[in-house]
Design a protein around this ligand. Sequence first.
Ligand code: NAD
Length: 262
Amino acid sequence: MDLQLRGKVALVIAASKGLGKATARQFAREGAKVAICARSELIDKTAAEIANETDTQVLSLRADVTNQADIERVINTTVEKFGGLDILVTNAGGPPAGTFDDIDLATWETSLNLTLLSAVRLVKYALPHLRQSTAAAILTITSTSTKQPVQNLVLSNSLRLAVIGLTKTLSQELGNDKIRVNSILPGWTYTERVEELINAQITKTGETKQAEITKINAKVPLGRMGTPEEFANVAVFLSSPAASFVNGVMLQVDGGIIQGTF
Ligand code: NAD
């Protein structure tokens, strides 16, 4: 199947590693021009790595998604460099792990900024350019925590539902502009974020790392965590013109862990 991505411009946020990096790499393999951003110099290394592996242009931008000026610069530089914007993938590092009792009010505010307001700002600045595109799509990376709360992740369980509300609303409001808006919901996918969560869990339970991994695997009907590449294949399809009649969908990529029928 031709995903019709050659020459299209995709901006993938928070892409120096993990799910964002894998998604950016897959866009590049499909021939899209790719802009990626993250806070540290690792983003330059990631961009060089993807550019070396593929035959497309990769733009590296240093930016913190909690900073409005950074977001404005990321969108403007992408459009200046590539002549437009077709696809926006919103993403950010996960908010801190913890129960309700663990999380203080200041952390709620910084996490709101990180998880919800970053997506709001990205869409605000991207929309004028997406409206010019004939293949416009927004994909929000959220989590299966929006379908079923995950233990010890009160911030993710709460704030990502707001991103789902935003996604679903935009899918209705932007239909006239021919902009598709969907969300992708990763389940357990082995990245550095998951390492962090496992380490946080070890601190509480005193179990070994392997024991925690085995416990996670046992929850997944397919008996294992996913890989970033498995996630990226779906993310790129969903954002591509090949999925031109898919709009307002919350798609789980989770090995079947969510048991609900909706
Ligand atoms: P990761 O920690 O491996 O990578 C996160 C990326 O975000 C990195 O590139 C990091 O540099 C960047 N980043 C973090 N804070 C940033 C900021 N303020 N500004 C710019 N860039 C920033 O995480 P991941 O596993 O790739 O997950 C991506 C998102 O998906 C996270 O929000 C995570 O919580 C969520 N998620 C992941 C899983 C999973 O199993 N991996 C499951 C559900 C949800």
